[in-house]
Write a protein that binds this ligand. Structure first.
Ligand code: DCP
Ligand code: MG
Length: 412
């Protein structure tokens, strides 16, 4: 921890922000015009991380409006035709007022908002803007972990620019608006978990800073769904044991959580306290993409094992595909009932992100190089390495999205 007050460290409240509500949530003050005074060296010598999460506002729709300003303030749905079976990629805020949301069937969106203008997505244009956004990030740090075309984590802990994290976030927002004509929301916090929630706190065009000493109070009232990675299935699982908010978790002992939720309990215990040690990983750090899964009971049935491996292969490939990454080496991991753990790898001729190829290779390794089927196994995993590092949009994410399907990352 810092030897100086953390609030000073983050340079909030006093010069930059007006506090709202109970002091966790900040809004910009009009007097702040980021005149960056250099940070004294002792301000940098501290183990507290400073993470910024930036997320563009209604990204695809905003780009459409940028390219055709007559669409401004109109209800826009970017997605397929309302008569097709396609889903909404995103909707402008004017359309969201009618209840239109991402991933909703376009036909439903049209029913909710008959006057909506449906536009087909133009991914190349979004990628082009995304690259420009990334160039702006690079002015401030090399430690960038993009999560998708419109959002990224930045680690500015070791920044030598002489700017506080909140000032960097402010500069990035200004650069993006001035140079690209788009708004975004930023969250600043001591880790990825908090920065991500903070960026969503005051959308659109928000800037929210959470200092380490505010982390616990920031998290306490939040519903578990606010935590990145907790989807409807996990939410239901938590509700079944009486957990709806972080406060519910804070009221439970570690043992109780472990007993009720297993592995998920341990992670939730930290998350509810605003603790998250996951590093911001640039694509250069990332050596592999993988997923592994533990069986409910030790397994020998080849059919069930094959089916699980298929899901894992699809999940790994989908995750890599989204990031424009391919790999050449397929590694199968098996943990036997007695905890003996083995890996078997094969390098194929061409880079791939095809789940059928990954699955077929992993299955062949399983049948020829392991005792699976005879010896019961606890866990199975698959990963791809020897990544294609030339792709510009490679990103990484130590995801917590599914606690029953744990991502495995290796940097060895
Ligand atoms: N997207 C998609 N399908 C989804 C979710 C998102 O194609 N199910 C695309 C369209 C979005 C972009 O990704 O514009 C970014 O996703 P966000 O979740 O950040 O949503 P928006 O940027 O559109 O809105 P917000 O202002 O809430 O961030
Ligand atoms: Mg967004």
């Amino acid at each position: 921890m810092s030897e100086i007050p953390i609030a000073t460290y983050f340079h909030i409240a006093i010069h930059t922000f007006v506090w709202k509500h109970n002091g966790m949530h900040t809004t910009e003050s009009s007097q702040f015009i980021g005149t960056a005074s250099p940070l004294p060296d002792e301000f940098r010598r501290n183990s507290v991380r400073k993470i910024i999460h930036v997320d563009m506002d209604m990204f695809y729709a905003a780009v459409e409006i940028l390219d055709n300003p007559s669409l401004k303030n109109l209800p826009i749905v970017v997605g397929g035709s309302p008569t097709s079976r396609s889903v909404v990629c995103t909707a402008s805020y004017a359309a969201r007022k009618f209840g239109v949301r991402s991933a909703m069937a376009c036909s439903v969106a049209q029913r909710l908002c008959p006057q909506a203008i449906f536009l087909p997505p133009r991914f190349e244009r979004y990628q082009e803007i995304s690259r420009k956004i990334r160039e702006i990030f690079q002015r401030y740090t090399d430690k960038i972990e993009p999560l998708s075309l419109d959002e990224a984590y930045l680690d500015v802990t070791d920044s030598t620019l002489g700017l506080y994290a909140s000032q960097i976030a402010r500069h990035i927002k200004e650069d993006i608006l001035r140079e690209l004509g788009l708004t975004c929301s930023a969250g600043v916090g001591p880790n990825k978990l908090i920065a991500k929630i903070a960026s969503d706190f005051k959308k659109p065009n928000g800037l929210v800073v959470v200092t380490p000493d505010q982390a616990l109070e920031f998290m306490r009232p939040l519903t578990v769904r606010k935590i990145h990675g907790i989807g409807p299935a996990t939410e239901a699982r938590l509700a079944a044991v009486g957990i709806k908010t972080c406060a519910d978790i804070l009221a439970m002992s570690r043992e109780e959580l472990d007993q009720k939720l297993g592995r998920l309990g341990g992670w939730m215990w930290h998350a509810a306290r605003g603790e998250d040690s996951r590093p911001v990983e640039t694509h250069y750090d990332r050596k592999s993409f993988g997923r592994e899964d533990t069986f409910e009971k030790d397994e020998t049935d080849l059919g069930r094992i094959e089916s699980r491996l298929k899901d894992l292969s699809e999940s790994v490939c989908a995750s890599m595909d989204k990031r424009g990454v391919k790999g050449r080496t397929i590694t199968l991991k098996v943990k036997y009932f007695d905890f003996e753990s083995i890996t078997r790898s094969r390098t194929i001729k061409d880079m791939t992100v095809d789940p059928d190829i990954v699955m077929a290779t992993a299955m062949d390794l399983l049948k020829t190089k392991t005792a699976v089927g005879q010896r019961p196994i606890r866990l199975i995993g698959v990963s791809l390495s020897h990544l294609d590092q030339t792709t510009p949009l490679i990103l990484t994410q130590s995801r917590v999205e599914s606690m029953s399907s744990t991502p495995s990352t290796s940097n060895s």
